[in-house]
Design a binder for this molecule. Structure first.
Ligand SMILES: *Cc1c(COP(=O)(O)O)cnc(C)c1O
Length: 423
């Protein structure tokens, strides 16, 4: 049998649930079956059949420098020759901490972990341990990894207790999570008036990226900062996507708002498994071994992951590609919007920096319910035809796509040619 994506997928589903190690990769939301990749370089991916794709998924965000950037590859190779893990401190971990602390004014201390899920899960435990309170507040459509407290959906009505977002999440745990509509300052005020004294933290994506890209409306994050400070509630910015993506110091430096804790991941690992959480010294020192809140990891601060992440951050610090990335992405989004409008296809393109989503939505998208008004059938056809044109975008209407420094003007032009043909 010849090796192609279809035969590999048929084999994979017997051995791995759904054939994939993370559900969205199964392409179910776009009524397709996954392609299997053999290699990648710069802005391009190649599948097992030799098809070439311009990639806007970027491993879901980490690869802001594109695939196999020479500085990142060299850092991994040189590090591997000296051993891949010691479980004993290294100087590199100090250097990584310094890079993060220097980039984020709100971060005095940082702890490295191995995924974004671990970062948010640990930040919430820390917030609960530090405040001695159990309730947490999150926003509908924001994703913070898959730990029990955070895999919670909105109940019916505003400011109701959450319901489990998956079988296996106990109702008792989901019930401690209050889920509110994104961009709804009044709902936050009402919830905090009622439950503020029992609430440990508010966790938010300062730019939502996991219901598709949804920027914060003017005043929303300021309101969160104000009401949490009044009640001694810890404000957590989940910048796992936005950290080092929308600006070197994350969205918080653009907005000029200092959260108490920040979660990072994706870009800081340069394509290797990494997360981190950090913030104010007195909160961070509640963590073991200084304080009583337990958190640990066999591979935390892993040398390979530190090397890949630091190589990425150093390129970003030296080259500050952000305005150029923004310019390229704004042009791409503007043209896609124009092409869709010419065809009379209802759409709304949301973009912040180099992250964007083309919503096939009838109106503005500012929260989960307005995002949900999108025509997902139309998106599926758009996705499938784009893929056939050699352009890989996120396989769901409710995900972000990313432009990297490796995308050339020619890549963007070819992408727009592809969009034209697809429409
Ligand atoms: C990806 C993501 C996470 C989870 O990170 P993993 O490394 O997949 O566990 C958490 N929060 C946000 C905002 C994310 O985009």
């Amino acid at each position: 049998m010849t090796k192609n994506s279809k035969t590999l997928y048929e084999k994979a589903v017997h051995l791995i649930p759904g054939g994939v190690n993370s559900p969205v990769r199964a392409f179910k939301a776009v009524e397709a079956t996954p392609i299997f990749i053999t290699r990648a370089s710069g802005s391009r991916l190649w599948d097992v059949e030799g098809n070439e794709y311009i990639d806007y998924v970027a491993s879901w965000g980490p690869l802001i420098l594109g695939h196999s950037h020479p500085a990142v590859v060299a850092a991994i190779q040189q590090t591997a020759e000296r051993g891949t893990s010691y479980g004993i401190p290294t100087e590199r971990e100090i250097e990584m901490a310094e890079l993060i602390v220097d980039a984020f004014p709100s971060i005095d201390m940082v702890r490295m972990v191995s995924s974004g899920t671990e970062a948010t899960m640990s930040a919430i435990r820390l917030a609960r341990g530090y405040t001695g309170r159990d309730r947490i507040i999150k926003f509908d459509g924001c994703y913070h990894g898959h730990s029990d407290s955070l895999l919670v959906k909105a109940g019916s009505g505003i400011a109701t207790f959450g319901i489990p977002g998956s079988p296996g999440v106990p109702e008792e745990i989901a019930g401690l999570t209050i889920t509110l509509p994104y961009n709804d300052g009044a709902a936050v005020r009402a919830a905090i008036e009622r439950y503020g004294d029992e609430t440990a933290c508010v966790i938010v994506e300062p730019v939502a990226g996991n219901m598709g890209v949804v920027p914060p409306q003017a005043g929303f994050l300021e309101e969160l900062r104000k009401v949490t400070a009044e009640k001694g509630i810890i404000l957590i910015f989940d910048e796992v996507i936005t950290g080092f993506r929308v600006a070197y110091g994350g969205y918080q430096t653009l907005a000029g708002i200092e959260p108490d804790l920040t979660c990072l991941g994706k870009i800081i690992g340069g394509g290797l498994p990494v997360g981190a959480f950090g913030g104010k010294r007195d909160i961070m020192e509640a963590l073991a071994p200084v304080g009583p809140v337990y958190q640990a990891g066999t591979l935390s601060g892993n040398p390979l992951a530190m090397a890949a992440g630091m190589a990425t951050l150093n390129v970003l610090r030296e080259e500050t590609p952000y305005s150029k990335l923004e310019e390229k992405t704004a042009y791409l989004c503007g043209e896609v919007d124009r092409l869709l409008n010419e065809k009379g296809i209802p759409n709304h393109v949301n973009r912040v920096g180099s992250m964007f989503t083309v919503f096939f939505a009838p109106g503005a998208v500012f929260d989960f319910s307005s995002a949900s008004a999108s025509n997902t059938k139309l998106f599926s056809r758009y996705f499938q035809n784009m893929l056939a044109q050699g352009i890989s975008i996120a396989p769901s209407q409710f995900e972000a796509s990313f432009v990297s420094t490796a995308h050339s003007d020619e890549d963007i032009a070819r992408t727009l040619e592809g969009v034209k043909k697809v429409l």
